[in-house]
Design a protein around this ligand. Structure first.
Ligand code: N2P
Length: 356
C-alpha cells in the first residue's frame, strides 16, 4: 500500500511539474489562447494601468513585451519564436512588414473607435486605407537642451558639434535617427540612399564623438532629468516627459530639417488571438483611454477626441503638437528596402564603435 501511495505521489508531482513546465513554455513562447494576447511595444510607451483596465474589462490577460528600435522589433517578429498579437511599428516599418507579408489585414468593423482619429493621420501613403495599421502616437526628433550651455538657443543640428559641448551630449540609440541627423546636418535628405552622401554623414558624425557622452535608450530620460548632459537628441514625447520633471530644459526641431514620425498599431501574422488583438486596438483608440495614455507617456496623440480631453497647455504646446507649417518641412522615413536599411544599421554600428 505504501508503495502505491509513493507511486501515486510521484506521479502527481511529476504531472504537476509537467503542467508548470508546459505553462511556462507557453508563456515564454507568447502563446495566446482566446483569453490571452501578447503585445509588443516600445519601452515606456503605455500607461500600465490601462493594461490592467483592459484585462478587467475583457477578461483577456495581456502578456507585455518591449523593444527599443523598429529594427529589433522586425527581427523578432520575423524569427517567429513569439506569437505577438499586437505590435507598434513606425511607418517605414509598417511598409516593410507589409512587403514581407507579415501583417494581418484589420477588420474595421471591429474598430469603431477609429472614427476618433484625426483624418489627417488616416490614409497615409505608407498604408493607404489603413488596411493594416492605425495611428498610435506621432512626433518629431529634435534637440532637448539646457539654455545655460548655449550662448544662443540652438536652431541647427550643427550646434551640437560646438567644442564647448565636450562630453556633454546624449544621443538616442536609433540608426535612422542618428544617420538621419548626420545627413540633415549636411543638407541631405534623411532618406538619402547615395552611398557617398552616407559616408560623408558618417565622417561628420565621427567628428561629433568628442561631444558624445553616451548613446542610450529610455535611460536618456533619467539622465536628462538629472542634468547629466547639456543637450540630447531625442523624440519629442521623451522631451515632453523630461521637461515636466526638469523645467530648465527646452526642445527645438532644427531648421534644416528633421524627422516626422508616426507610430501605429498592427496585428502581425504571428498572432494567435486576432479577435483579442482587435479588442485591444479598439480599447486604445477610446478617447478617454487615448487621452490618459498620451498624458502618461508624453507623446502627441493622433486621436482628435482624445486631444480635446487634454489640458490646454499640452494641446497648445507647439513643441509637441507642431504646426502644419513645421510638419510640412519635415521628412517621414521612407522604407529604403532591406539592403539600404542594413547599410544604415552598419554605418550606425561603425559610428557607435567609434564613439566608445
Ligand atoms: C518611446 C519610444 C518612442 C518611439 N519610449 C518613437 N518612434
Amino acid at each position: 500500500m505504501r508503495q502505491i501511495v509513493h507511486l501515486f505521489v510521484a506521479v502527481l508531482v511529476a504531472s504537476l511539474g509537467l503542467m508548470a513546465w508546459v505553462n511556462a513554455l507557453n508563456r515564454s513562447a507568447g502563446y495566446a489562447g482566446s483569453d490571452t494576447i501578447t503585445v509588443f511595444n516600445w519601452g515606456d510607451y503605455i500607461d500600465p494601468e490601462l493594461l490592467e483596465e483592459f484585462e478587467e474589462l475583457t477578461g483577456i490577460t495581456v502578456i507585455y513585451e518591449t523593444f527599443d528600435s523598429n529594427e529589433a522589433m522586425m527581427t523578432k517578429i520575423a524569427q517567429g519564436g513569439t506569437s505577438y498579437d499586437v505590435a507598434m511599428p513606425s511607418e517605414y516599418a509598417v511598409e516593410r512588414l507589409m512587403e514581407d507579408d507579415m501583417l494581418v489585414p484589420l477588420d474595421h468593423s471591429k474598430l469603431p473607435n477609429m472614427q476618433y482619429i484625426d483624418p489627417r493621420f488616416m490614409d497615409m501613403s505608407f498604408d493607404p486605407g489603413n488596411r493594416y495599421s492605425v495611428p498610435y502616437f506621432w512626433g518629431t526628433v529634435g534637440i532637448l537642451y539646457n539654455p545655460e550651455a548655449f550662448e544662443e538657443p540652438p536652431t541647427s543640428w550643427n550646434a551640437l558639434w560646438d567644442p564647448s559641448l565636450k562630453n556633454d551630449i546624449l544621443l538616442v540609440d536609433g540608426a535612422r535617427e542618428i544617420i538621419g541627423m548626420g545627413l540633415n546636418s549636411l543638407g541631405y535628405s534623411l532618406n538619402d540612399t547615395n552611398e557617398e552622401h552616407l559616408q560623408e554623414a558618417l565622417a561628420k558624425l565621427k567628428k561629433l564623438t568628442p561631444n558624445v557622452k553616451a548613446i542610450v535608450g529610455d535611460e536618456i530620460k533619467m539622465l536628462m532629468i538629472g542634468g547629466e548632459a547639456s543637450a540630447a537628441v531625442v523624440w519629442s514625447g521623451d522631451a515632453a516627459e523630461i521637461m515636466w520633471e526638469n523645467e530648465d530644459l527646452d526642445y527645438i526641431v532644427p531648421e534644416e530639417g528633421s524627422n516626422l514620425w508616426f507610430d501605429t498599431m498592427v496585428i502581425p501574422k504571428t498572432a494567435r488571438n486576432i479577435e483579442g488583438a482587435h479588442q485591444f486596438i479598439n480599447f486604445m483608440l477610446d478617447p478617454e483611454v487615448a487621452a490618459r495614455n498620451a498624458e502618461y507617456v508624453g507623446y502627441a496623440t493622433p486621436n482628435a477626441a482624445a486631444l480635446e480631453l487634454l489640458p490646454e497647455e499640452i494641446r497648445e504646446d507647439e513643441r509637441f503638437y507642431p504646426s502644419e507649417e513645421l510638419t510640412a518641412r519635415l521628412e517621414v522615413y521612407e522604407n529604403l528596402g532591406r539592403r539600404m536599411l542594413a547599410y544604415y544599421n552598419d554605418l550606425f554600428l561603425e559610428f557607435k564603435m567609434h564613439a566608445k
